[in-house]
Design a protein around this ligand. Structure first.
Ligand code: NAP
Length: 332
């Protein structure tokens, strides 16, 4: 398949910050062994930080935005991939140190390319994207320290976000009872529809001040950080764990060692972008099978084009998004 001389990509520049759809050529992209025609991408919090210039995400400029990408191989210099193969990449330096997925064509490093599992479409893969991959990584890490459904419910914060809704779905699928904490009580029904058994309004939540409060949840997936994460450390049952994956509400953490040495809880760091390839491949297999989200059609609330990205980013940065936005690029 021939690659056109010019194609469209959403590119981010610095000093001053500027981001827009431009016509670029293949020579404008970083080198990489696998060139794909992009079908779908998605929007994550990090994409909104990068696109609006509100967070230091890019480490070189200019770069094409988009930390997730899925499409078909058009050229490959790596024997693992052939023309026509359906593939995806999430994180792995995209829109950080390399050109990302908001482009009609992308050049990828073969070592980070994952073959599309046969039970997922390219659109499904991007509906899951970094958000679902992160939720799966949280579960994998929590299971590695012994988190089990019979220990009690898991609470998910930032519940209406992409990671939040997919975590509710995936943990429920894996047999856990899931509770949701949200700043949007008007979305309780949407959270229950994807699996939450109880919903709690963030505004009315009192997390206490003592080093340990009444143990309420067996584990947590935290997208918010700051006071909420600090409070959660005081409320997790003995031997439970917290996956710390986000900072939508702040980067501070104020707690004591008491929950760790009296209740034996674990605080687990989550970094989806740098997940080593064997774990990455394993998690995508699980996401395509036993952890496959059951409610993707409810969790994807928007399908956007490259031209609509600025507006999608503003909504996300204002904390107003619900679920996931997929970006249609060349996808059917
Ligand atoms: N560690 C990793 O590898 C990794 C990977 C992916 C994402 N993340 C992080 O995880 C978080 C969620 O990502 P996402 O893609 O799901 O983002 P998202 O779709 O924008 O969701 C973020 C959610 O956080 C809550 N929120 C937003 N602003 C808040 C505030 N000021 N205080 C408290 N809560 C607030 C909102 O949920 P409610 O209104 O329901 O509370 C919002 O929907 C982000 O911080 C992101 O950077 C980390």
């Amino acid at each position: 398949m021939s690659i056109p001389e010019h194609f469209r990509a959403y590119r981010i520049h610095t000093s001053p910050h500027r981001a827009a759809v431009e016509n670029i050529t293949l020579a404008d992209l970083n080198s990489g062994e696998v060139t794909i025609r992009v079908a779908w991408s998605s929007v994550n919090y990090k994409d909104a930080l990068a696109g609006t210039g509100q967070g230091k995400i890019l480490r070189q400029f200019p770069l094409v935005g988009g930390i997730d990408v899925a499409g078909h191989v058009v050229e490959s210099r790596d024997p693992r991939f052939r023309e026509g193969d359906a593939v995806l990449t999430t994180g792995s330096g995209l829109s950080e140190t390399r050109d990302g997925g908001y482009s009609e064509y992308a050049r990828l490093e073969a070592d980070w390319v994952v073959p599309l599992p046969p039970t997922l479409s390219l659109r499904d893969a991007m509906a899951i994207g970094t958000a679902g991959f992160t939720a799966a990584l949280c579960l994998w890490r929590m299971q590695s320290v012994g988190q089990k459904p019979d220990m009690g419910p898991i609470v998910v914060t930032g519940a209406t976000g992409g990671v939040g809704m997919l975590a509710i779905d995936i943990y429920t699928r894996a047999g856990f009872e899931v509770h949701a904490i949200t700043g949007k009580p008007e979305q309780f029904e949407a959270l229950i529809a994807v699996g939450a058994r109880q919903c709690v309004a963030r505004a009315g939540l009192y997390l206490g001040m003592r080093p340990m409060e009444s143990a309420t949840w067996a584990g947590a997936v935290d997208n918010v950080g700051g006071d909420l994460l600090s409070g959660l450390t005081r409320m997790i049952k003995p031997w439970g764990s917290i996956a710390s994956c986000g900072m939508a509400g702040g980067i501070e953490l104020h707690t004591t060692v008491m929950p760790f040495i009296i209740r034996g809880i674990s605080l687990l760091g989550i970094n989806s972008s740098g997940t080593p390839y064997p774990v990455r491949a394993d998690l995508w297999q699980r996401l395509a099978q036993e952890w496959r989200p059951r409610h993707l059609e409810k969790i994807v609330t928007r399908e956007a084009t490259l031209d609509e990205l600025p507006e999608v980013f503003d909504t996300l940065m204002a904390g107003g998004a619900l679920g996931r936005t997929v970006v249609r690029i060349g996808g059917e």
